[in-house]
Design a protein around this ligand. Structure first.
Ligand code: NAD
Length: 499
């Protein structure tokens, strides 16, 4: 194992070994084999990265908008040209199929394109003559060193939700990616350096809780952007806020798809299969619960089941529909919900255990799985399973379905399938979630809107990217200005009033 490559940190514009000797194995989930090890930073290693980012900040902040924009543009061009290389890294460490990896990168590229417009996005406002001879204007300025902590399931896209905007706005960055698939972050940092980014502006530190905790309490880190599971998001939010930082912490999800009786059931079945089993269900916007308003459940389940039989599961490099899960432990945990479903009285319509795969038997495989008549009391419904598992819950009416969705602790995304515009409009108004799809199963907003959920799917008040991202990574200054002339003299201790 010691002969395996070691994924090091990326600090001050180059690969850097930390002082810590702790490492963690990185697997190829399609073979089950360890392919490399990744360094796990100590608190001191994080301190070195923060020192580099802090040293780079004054010059980067004062680099002209035009220069920053041209570096962003170079980065966009390089990323677009070489996205195939990055997709191969994603497939080798995450397991998602190559087409899906390209899709993830393309959605990340959208944010880079949005961030190229930073000169426009950072424009302030100007009010002339608010009082006689007095003008007020506002500026947007960067925060300083910002921390980003990302999950395993989108090793490229989730970091890309944040660092392009942070950097284009003049901040310097420490990215702590998931230790399960760490290489994409280094690849992105090297590419950005090739695009002309100065050393120290974008640093990558690998690690686990020790590295995260070091970022959360470091006095020179101004903000934390986190994406991951709900319990960790809550911890991140509370700890970083307690240490005076600006925090956006995006958490877990359990996304419902409400199917009304008038829906086109073929399109609804296509959508359920695509959104339920794409990326092996390891998406925060995956559909995991279908809420079928009777009498459609039997027909919808038949259509979904028929589509599931055609899905090819296997090594993501081989043109399959769905790859493996991230680790053996996660695969076993997801599979354990099949026994829980049986014990809790659900019908197991399709059991994904023991399916044929186009890949090595030692991979972390679990096939698409479908449950019917799931009870809302069951852990199958309550827990975020984060695997290729779809549950069907049957309800008698739109209102019963809506109440069920609104009672969930999560409010990330939700979708309605219907041909009734009035019902869809009512749903978008009444449902308690941050992202709504109307006949769209994975309603991830484009880069110039913002991404984020409600309830336990987002702690803090700032969504990711779009206008909310620009606002998160900048702080506003309001300037009140008067160019003095003799008529402005005189003593008046009263509170300033406009005249
Ligand atoms: P995770 O919470 O286990 O890990 C996320 C990050 O936190 C990683 O960088 C990890 O190293 C770090 N971490 C893990 N345990 C920690 C601890 N005890 N203390 C401090 N840091 C810790 O999440 P994951 O398994 O990598 O990713 C899957 C989860 O992310 C799912 O719950 C999914 O819904 C969620 N997710 C949410 C969104 C969203 O936009 N809301 C997007 C993608 C993923």
């Amino acid at each position: 194992m010691t002969d395996l490559p070691l994924v090091s940190h990326f600090i001050d514009g180059k690969a850097a070994n930390g002082a810590s000797t702790r490492t963690s194995p990185v697997f190829n989930p399609a073979t089950g084999r360890v392919t490399k090890n990744v360094q796990l930073a100590s608190t001191a290693d994080v301190g070195a990265a923060v020192a580099s980012a802090a040293a780079a900040f004054p010059a980067w902040r004062d680099t002209s908008l035009a220069k920053r924009q041209s570096i962003m543009f170079n980065f966009r061009e390089l990323l677009n040209a070489r996205k195939g290389d990055l997709a191969n890294i994603l497939t080798a460490e995450h397991g998602k199929v190559t087409d899906d990896a390209i899709g993830e990168i393309t959605r990340g590229l959208e944010v880079v394109e949005f961030a190229i417009g930073m000169p426009h996005l950072m424009k302030g406002d100007y009010s002339e003559n608010v009082s006689t001879g007095v003008d007020v204007y506002s500026l947007r300025q960067p925060l300083g060193v910002v921390g980003i902590i990302s999950p395993f399931n989108f090793p490229a896209m989730v970091p890309l939700w944040f660092f392009p905007i942070a950097i284009a706005a003049g901040n310097t960055v420490i990215l702590k990616p998931s230790e399960k698939d760490p290489s994409a972050s280094n690849w992105l940092a090297e590419l950005f350096t090739e695009a002309g980014l100065p050393a120290g502006v974008f640093n990558v530190v690998h690690g686990d809780k020790e590295a995260v905790d070091a970022l959360l309490v470091h006095p020179d880190v101004q903000s934390i952007s986190f994406v991951g599971s709900t319990p960790i998001a809550k911890y991140i939010y509370e700890t970083a806020a307690h240490h005076g930082k600006r925090v956006q912490a995006l958490g877990g999800a359990k996304n419902h798809m409400l199917v009304l009786p008038d829906a086109d059931l073929d399109l609804a079945a296509d959508a359920a299969v695509n959104a339920g089993f794409g990326s092996a269900g390891e998406r925060c916007m995956a559909i995991s619960v279908i809420v079928a308003v009777e009498p459609v459940a039997d027909e919808l389940i038949a259509k979904i089941t028929q589509r599931m039989t055609g899905l090819k599961v296997g090594d993501g490099m081989r043109g399959c529909d769905m790859g493996p899960l991230i680790t053996q432990a996660h695969r076993d945990k997801v599979a354990s919900y099949i026994d829980i479903a049986i014990a809790d009285g659900a019908d197991v319509v399709v059991d994904g255990r023991g399916i044929d795969v186009d890949g090595e038997a030692s991979g972390f495989w679990l096939g698409p799985t479908l449950f019917d008549k799931v009870s809302t009391d069951s852990a199958v419904y309550q827990d975020e399973i984060f695997g290729p598992v779809l549950s069907v819950i049957r309800v008698a009416s739109y209102t019963e379905g809506l109440d069920l969705i609104n009672a969930s602790q999560y409010g990330n995304g939700t979708a309605i399938f219907t041909n009734d515009g009035g019902a869809a409009r009512r749903f978008q108004n009444e449902v308690q979630a941050g992202m709504i799809g109307i006949n769209v199963p994975i309603p991830v907003p484009v880069a110039y809107h913002s991404f984020g959920g409600w309830k336990n799917s987002l702690f803090g008040d700032a969504k990711a990217y779009g206008p909310a991202g620009v606002s998160f990574f900048t702080q506003e200054k309001a300037v009140t200005s008067r160019w003095l002339d003799p008529s402005h003299g005189g003593i008046n201790l009263g509170f300033p009033q406009n005249s």
